[in-house]
Structures are given as structure tokens and as C-alpha cells.
Design a protein around this ligand. Structure first.
Ligand SMILES: *Cc1c(COP(=O)(O)O)cnc(C)c1O
Length: 747
């Protein structure tokens, strides 16, 4: 209580009831039209549209956002002050008995019943009970706006306590105050013709859905009742704005967080938005910036209004203020914090100030006429400019292609190491798990942990376990490959220490690759002896790897590898009574050596659509695409890019793409050694590829900024790129860096 030195405290039995009584007394001080809005849907939209329709000449006080609850309603009504000329309040209930309280707080003079759906039905015994409960809001209202065509609502209205004037609207009956004579839906607008007090009139709304139609008719009825002319109504209806139901939070550039509220600006909603900003957990310790436009208001001196705004902004902890509009520019002196001012949105955009915002939480709040959505667009992080699209159906097609070479009982390991050859391990693993693959294999323990955390329950093999990762292996049920005595000893030691027994391992034999593995000719007796002398680990499989299954040239060598493998694995098997799975074939081996599949095979590159035996594409699974950022007309003899490498031999159109070698676009592809596709046509890389950007020649291509460029995909196989730089497709695929967003689709 020491934090509120000037406050008096009243102790009450129920703070909620006290708040409601307080608001009730406050409400009684105002003799102005107060619109109470209830119904299952559309309350907030009707309230906001009425605000848009009435506020040009009336000072309107309304519920902030969807403040329509037992607490929200009194807080809303509390906002009424001596300037208020109209009140707009919505009321929402979820159980019987709640509406009486809201009625006494709002005390509406005009009632709007939007529509009745099935929302919040659970606490009511019947539709009628719910409807009658809602109608209690209008007990003492003078007028009630409702839809005459909904027979159930009409029945309830007749049974309710309402005793004022019925302002029903109907599309079917002419004997109502507001007869909707016709509704004509066009491409982007709906034209409503109506008859009110014997006069025909029309208006059009910029929406075509039924809900918007019903909501706009409710608004029309209120406006007519308040005496607004059909002409004024028509003019304002035509420019109704969609209602953004909540503050939108977006990731911005340079580490900023954006809170977008670019649909309206008035004092109350500014307060709410600032409060929202301060409550965000990521706001702590970061600079708070407000971009605010002139505030729309009816009457009153600007110094008054902006004086209040300046105090509010300071109180809410805004550290940087960017004001836009002639009014704010004229009252600059009121703002004490770091501040700058621009007369228009365009002036702000042109100033370069936006590009200097860094690691800040930015609230963007402006009246519609200031088009602040352009600012949000400018500040938002463009995550999707460069994406790797992955077609999961094609992955399954490739899986089935290799399965067609296999006996049904042969098991399969699918390699999802290196983020599934760049395609993204989790999504690929989910797809493979759905297709009953027996094992997934990754290189290191952390890759396995990622899969487990993503809910993958399939068996997972770790091809290259680090000594430090053993506890992780046990914890996440990740089965290690074991290739040396040193690794085996450490693993047994750790398992014994943790009390782990019979943990499955996969024994690797080196039959000719001379990379990793036990020597099948020398190590087997000692290996068997060591394994039999402990019970911490148990061999589930034994395997080796062909060095050249992709080429017939190595067939003789492959045969020798196979013989060696059979000999070595037989010695291991002899020591055990359970069947130890044997596997030696990779993708190329599955196709090339159908009689060497043994109990299991390991599918890698083939799954990702590349046949390493002929460098052909099976089913292409991935498309790396980006967007043209900018196009320059560059004259002949000028150069493009670093070190003036891209010398032009003709007047050219040069397009810049947001992809560089840091994204995995190999720098060796630059200077015309490869091309991408723009609108189906080849656009060669011009000059050196930069870290984050590259340039292409689009002189002969009909294209514009924002068009898509395909780096590789269906019509430009990844093998074209790997050939151009003298590498293998594996390297190009796995080189697409993590910052490139992966997007998956499946049909
Ligand atoms: C990566 C890998 C494979 C898969 O090879 P592909 O040529 O991609 O089919 C198979 N076995 C081992 C041991 C591997 O490391």
C-alpha cells in the first residue's frame, strides 16, 4: 500500500460487486444514448462499426476491444466522461444470472441483439433459456433492434421483459420498421436496398459474407434510429473497415518485436495497447518505442488531448516516441522522452529512422487514414523470402521405389542425418515413421534428442556417438554405433555406472572404407570375448559400408567387401543365440546388389530423390526458392558485385536475390558458372555471389520485383548445381543453411 500514498482504501466483501456498483452510479450521471449490444456473435464488430459510423461527429465512448465480461463491462462504462455523447457497450455472458449485473451497469437506452448461435451453450439448459437471459439486458431499453426473420429470437423477445419500441428488421416481411428490400452481392461489395419510414434508400458495404451483412444491418438500424440521413449512412458504410479483433504481434527486423494496431487511434485504445505492450514478457529490459499518428477526435483543444497523451506515454514507460501527423508535429514540445516527428507516413518512411530501430519492442498505433500497415510491412521480418519447400509425398514415392527392390521381410534403416540431407529431420522422420520404417539413423546424439522431443518413437541409431553423450543415449533410448574398442570400453563403463543393462548397440566393421569400424579379420575374437564378458550392452546389428556401390567399376571390390563382412559378422553371430541383424547396402547398393540386402538395408540419398548411380532424379522432393528483391538497369561496360567480376557486355537488367553463400548457395556457382530459373527461364548468376545476396541477369526475361526465382527444383535438378561446382548432390543439399525456412507440403 505504500506504493499508492494518495489512495484511500475501502474494504469490501466482494470487490467485483463493488466495482459494478461504482460503475452503475457513474453510468447514472449520463443522460445520453447508450447502446447495449449482446448476442452470440458479432458484438465487437457491431460496436466497432457503430463507432466508425458515429464518431465523425459524435464523441463516442465504447468498450475497449471485447471488454464484455463482469469485470470488462464496469471498466468500459467507467470511461464515460463529460465529453461523451454516445456510449457503445457490449455484454457477454456464459452462465445464467450474469446479465442482470451487466444490465444495471450499462443501462442501455438502445438495445442491439446481434444474433443467436450456439456459443456458450454449455451452461444453459436450452436455447430459449440462453436467449431470454441475454434479453434481460434490454429490460429498460427504449428501443430494441433485432432480426425479425429468426423465429426463435422473435418468440423470446415477445416473452421477455422488454416493453419499449420494437425496431425489427426483416428481409421477408414489409410490416417492420426496417424492410430489407434487396441484397445484391457483387465482387467485393454488397448493395443493400431498404425501406424505412416509407422511403426507399440503399447503401453498400465492402464485404460479401452473411455475418457482415447482418452486422451492418444492425448498425444501419441504430443509425436510422439516431436520425442519421441515408446519404450520410451510405457514405460511411461504403468505407467500413474490417475489425482487427486483437493486437497482432509480429517478429520484426533487427531483433525488434512489433505490436501492430494500425486500425484506429483514440486515447482509450492507446492506453490499452500500451498496457498490452508492457505486459508482454519479452518487453522486460528492452527499449519501448511507440509510433503514433495524430488522434482522431471530435472537438476539444489539441493541447488538451496531446497533453494527456504525452503524460500517458511517459507514465507507461515509453522511451522512444515517433509521432506522425501535422497535429503531433505541432505539439512536439509536450513529449519529454527521446522523440522525433514527421508530418506524414511517407515522410517517416523516407527518413531512414525505421531502419535504425534495433532490439526494441515497437507499438505501431495509428488512425486508418495514416496507413500504418505500410510501416508494419516495412518493419516486419521477411522470413519467407527464401524457402526450401519439401514435398513429403515425393519422399514416400522414393521410399516405395527402393522398397520395390526388397523382399517384404527385409528391414530398412532410413538415414535422416544432417537434418535429413537438408530437408529437415523432424518432418521427414514423422513421415517415415508413419510408413513403418524400422530404424531412423542420425549422426550425433543431439540430432536423436531433437527427434525424440518432437515425438518420434521409432528406433533411432546414432552413427557417430560422442563419448560425452552416453547418458543422453540411455535417457532418450538412442542406440549407438560402436566402431572401436576405445568407444566400447567407455560405453560399457558408463552403462555399468548408470546401472543400464542390455542396451542395444550396432557393431560396425571396416571392410575397405578405412574410416571407422572393427577389423573383421583381426578384431573379432577379442571383440566377442569382451562383449560376452559384460551385460551392459548387447549387439542388435552388425554392419559395414560399401565404398563404391554407385559404380560398376568397383564391383570386384564390393564383392570382396561383402565376403569380408559375411566372415566377420558370422563370428559375432556365433557367440549369440539371438539373431543379429546384418546390413551393408546403402541406396545405390539396394538397387545394384539385390542379393546382398541380408536382414536390413540403409536408405539415404535415394530417399531424397537422387539416384547416385546415374545422378538422375527419381521424385524431386525439394525446391529452393527465393524472391527478386530489386531490379537495376545497368549499362554495358559497368560491373556487378564485389571485385568488379561481373563485367557486362551489353546493357542489362540485373536482379538481386536474398540468397548468398551463407544460405548455402555455393560461391563457386557465381560469375556465370550456373543459373537459376525466373518464370521458367534461365537467369545466370552475374559476378561474385555475396554472403547474403546474389545477382542474376534477367535482361531477356519478363519479370518484376517480387517474382520468384528457383535455385533448384523440379525443372532445375540439384545435380546441375553439383556438377557445375564439381561436387556431389549430397553437399548441395546438406549445405542449405538452417536459416532458410523449411516449408512442407503433402497432398
Ligand atoms: C549416410 C550413410 C548411408 C546412406 O548412404 P546413401 O548413399 O545416402 O544411401 C548408409 N550408411 C552409412 C553408414 C552412412 O553413413
Amino acid at each position: 500500500m505504500t506504493s499508492c500514498p494518495d489512495a484511500n482504501f475501502l474494504q469490501v466483501v466482494s470487490p467485483l460487486k463493488a466495482l459494478q456498483r461504482l460503475a452503475e452510479r457513474h453510468r447514472e450521471a449520463f443522460d445520453i444514448p447508450v447502446v447495449g449490444i449482446t448476442g452470440s456473435n458479432g458484438k465487437t464488430v457491431v460496436k466497432e462499426w457503430l463507432y466508425q459510423l458515429l464518431s465523425p461527429e459524435k464523441n463516442v465512448t465504447r468498450s475497449p476491444r471485447s471488454y464484455n465480461s463482469q469485470i470488462g463491462v464496469p471498466l468500459s462504462v467507467w470511461n464515460l466522461d463529460e465529453r461523451s455523447e454516445v456510449g457503445l457497450f457490449e455484454a457477454g455472458i456464459s452462465e445464467p444470472g450474469e446479465m442482470e449485473a451487466l444490465q444495471s451497469v450499462i443501462q442501455p437506452t438502445i438495445g442491439v441483439f446481434t444474433c443467436l448461435g450456439d456459443a456458450h451453450q454449455e451452461n444453459f439448459t436450452s436455447y430459449e433459456q440462453k436467449c431470454l437471459e441475454k434479453l434481460k439486458l434490454f429490460k429498460d431499453a427504449k428501443v430494441l433492434v433485432y432480426d425479425m426473420d429468426d423465429a426463435r429470437v422473435v418468440g423470446c423477445v415477445n416473452r421477455s421483459a422488454f416493453k419499449g419500441e420494437y425496431f425489427a428488421w426483416s428481409r421477408q416481411r414489409r410490416d417492420v420498421p426496417l424492410y430489407i428490400a434487396s441484397v445484391e452481392k457483387r465482387e467485393a461489395e454488397t448493395v443493400v436496398s431498404y425501406i424505412y419510414k416509407g422511403k426507399e434508400a440503399a447503401c453498400s458495404i465492402p464485404f460479401i459474407d452473411e455475418a457482415s451483412l447482418a452486422n451492418s444491418v444492425s448498425c444501419l438500424a441504430v443509425c436510422l434510429h439516431l436520425g442519421m440521413s441515408p446519404e450520410t449512412i451510405a457514405a460511411r458504410m461504403a468505407v467500413l473497415e474490417p475489425v482487427a479483433m486483437r493486437l497482432e504481434v509480429k517478429e520484426g527486423r533487427s531483433g525488434c518485436t512489433l505490436i501492430n494496431d494500425s486500425y484506429n487511434s483514440d486515447y482509450n485504445s492507446l492506453d490499452i495497447a500500451l498496457d498490452f505492450m508492457n505486459r508482454r514478457p519479452d518487453c522486460a529490459g528492452r527499449k519501448r518505442t511507440l509510433i503514433l499518428s495524430d488522434i482522431e477526435q471530435a472537438g476539444g483543444a489539441p493541447e488538451d488531448l496531446y497533453g494527456r497523451v504525452a503524460r500517458l506515454v511517459a507514465m507507461r514507460g515509453v522511451e522512444k516516441f515517433i509521432g506522425v501527423g501535422p497535429c503531433l508535429s505541432a505539439v512536439q514540445g509536450l513529449f519529454g522522452m527521446e522523440a522525433c516527428f514527421y508530418r506524414s507516413t511517407d515522410e517517416l518512411l523516407g527518413s531512414g529512422v525505421l531502419d535504425m530501430l534495433h532490439d526494441e519492442v515497437i507499438l505501431i498505433k495509428g488512425a486508418r487514414s495514416f496507413r500504418f500497415d505500410v510501416l508494419t510491412e516495412h518493419l516486419a521480418l521477411k522470413v519467407h523470402e527464401t524457402t526450401l519447400e519439401v514435398n513429403l509425398n515425393a519422399v514416400v514415392d522414393n521410399l516405395n521405389y527402393y522398397r520395390s527392390f526388397m523382399k517384404p521381410e527385409t528391414k530398412m534403416v532410413c538415414m535422416v542425418k544432417a537434418s535429413a540431407y537438408g530437408a529437415g529431420a523432424v518432418e521427414i522422420a514423422k513421415t517415415l515413421q508413419d510408413h513403418q520404417v524400422d530404424y531412423l539413423a542420425v549422426a550425433v546424439a543431439d540430432e536423436g534428442v531433437d527427434l525424440r522431443k518432437a515425438g518420434i518413437t521409432a528406433n533411432i541409431m546414432i552413427m557417430n556417438p560422442e563419448m560425452s553423450s552416453f547418458p543422453t543415449l540411455f535417457e532418450y533410448d538412442l542406440e549407438p554405433e560402436v566402431y572401436s574398442f576405445r568407444l566400447l570400453e567407455a560405453l560399457i563403463h558408463e552403462a555399468e555406472k548408470e546401472g543400464v543393462t542390455h542396451f542395444p548397440i550396432h557393431v560396425k566393421l571396416d571392410t575397405g572404407m578405412h574410416r571407422l569400424g572393427f577389423d573383421p579379420e583381426k578384431d573379432m575374437p577379442l571383440l566377442v570375448e569382451r562383449l560376452k564378458r559384460q551385460s551392459a550392452v548387447i549387439p542388435r546389428s552388425v554392419f559395414s559400408h560399401f565404398v563404391g556401390s554407385d559404380s560398376d567399376d568397383f564391383d570386384a571390390f564390393s564383392a570382396r567387401q561383402y565376403e569380408l563382412f559375411l566372415k566377420g559378422s558370422a563370428q559375432l553371430q556365433q557367440a549369440y543365440s539371438h539373431k543379429i541383424l546384418r546390413h551393408i547396402c546403402n541406396s545405390a547398393g539396394i538397387e545394384h546388389f539385390p542379393d546382398r540386402h541380408l536382414e536390413m538395408v540403409r536408405l539415404g540419398l535415394g530417399l531424397y530423390g537422387i539416384n547416385s548411380r546415374n545422378n538422375e532424379i527419381l521424385h524431386n522432393i525439394s525446391t529452393l526458392k527465393t524472391t527478386i528483391l530489386q531490379i537495376h538497369e545497368v549499362p554495358k561496360e559497368d560491373t556487378v558485385g564485389y571485385s568488379r567480376k561481373g563485367r557486362l557486355t551489353r546493357d542489362s537488367r540485373i536482379a538481386a536475390l536474398p540468397i548468398g553463400y551463407a544460405d548455402g548457395l555455393d560461391r563457386k556457382l557465381g560469375c556465370g558458372r550456373a543459373y537459376c530459373l525466373v518464370n521458367g527461364r534461365r537467369a545466370p548468376y552475374v559476378g561474385n555471389i555475396c554472403m547474403d545476396v546474389c545477382m542474376i541477369d534477367v535482361t531477356d526475361i519478363d519479370c518484376r520485383e517480387g517474382d520468384t526465382a528457383i535455385i533448384f527444383g523440379d525443372d532445375l535438378p540439384v545435380t546441375v548445381l553439383s556438377d557445375a561446382v564439381g561436387t556431389i548432390p549430397y553437399e548441395i543439399l546438406t549445405g542449405v543453411s538452417a536459416r532458410v525456412k523449411r516449408v512442407y507440403y503433402q497432398d
